[in-house]
Write a protein that binds this ligand. Sequence first.
Ligand SMILES: Nc1nc2c(ncn2[C@@H]2O[C@H](COP(=O)(O)OP(=O)(O)OP(=O)(O)O)[C@@H](O)[C@H]2O)c(=O)[nH]1
Length: 301
Amino acid sequence: MKNANVLQTRIDALLNVLSEDVLILSQQGTIIFSTHTDSAIPWGSSDDLIGKTLSDIFPTPLFLSLQGMVDQCLSLNQLAVKELLLDPQEITYLRSQGMKESCWVEVRMAPSAGSEPSVVCRIDDISQRKRAQRESSPIQRDLLTGMYNRRALMPVLTQSIAQALRYDWICSLMLINVDSLRLINEEKGWDVGDQIIKRLAESLNSLKRTADFLARVGEDGFAILLPETNAEQGILAAERVRNMVSDLSAPHSGTEVRFTVSIGVATLTGEGDSADDMYGRAEDCLQLSKQQGGNRISGSE
Ligand SMILES: Nc1nc2c(ncn2[C@@H]2O[C@H](COP(=O)(O)OP(=O)(O)OP(=O)(O)O)[C@@H](O)[C@H]2O)c(=O)[nH]1
């Protein structure tokens, strides 16, 4: 066997024993080689994949992100790495192959030598790592922001409601949720999404009053308990948050990524109201703000 053939055989063998998914892509994003043993992602057979282009498989934002990596990798002749969410709801090809759950992957592309420019692309399932990071969070603190979490918020809300009822005070609860974080993660990378959550956390922390209680709740949201705040004042506080967010951004490839939030505000209704009820009403309001297109505030008593 000629040296080049021996080398090619070794490379093929090496690719075939890797547990990660490996694709070789032409400069135009056409798949010219694929291997994916024991993969969590149902790519289909090599016959299904070879000859397809990235745009045949992925929806536009994801395709642009991947093709951008191919271009970057080849033009700079260096490794390109990105974390992306593969969601079967958005990727018809993977859905048709039986994928049900979305999955976080790390995509690494390296330029490969040859007469035709091509890249070797390794796709590694990192969902478990992401999940482990979240689950190892201390009981009452969120790992990313260091903020209190929902578990810490609920007893404080219960106590605040009890005090308000006893002394004839009032209180409100504001839920703030980043709009379209999934898309931001997909298009700009998980790190940019993380930066957005962190910047929002820091800004909310400096905006809130001393007596307010701030917590990270859900995946991409925050709650602020506002003691001695009626419905009208709650909406005004939400306006302040929305205005503050309009000045925030996260850096990405020399540009600034801006974002918006949707807000729901619930106010104590009186005797018989509970922390769960108030939280539920705030969630309904938040949902309404989302349904109306995001970057909105809705309130309920
Ligand atoms: N960067 C980053 N993303 C996260 C984190 N936690 C959850 N996410 C992602 O945030 C996304 C939230 O998605 P959705 O609940 O659909 O919300 P969304 O895309 O913001 O859509 P709307 O809320 O309807 O505007 C999911 O893709 C999560 O995987 C985190 O700590 N960092």
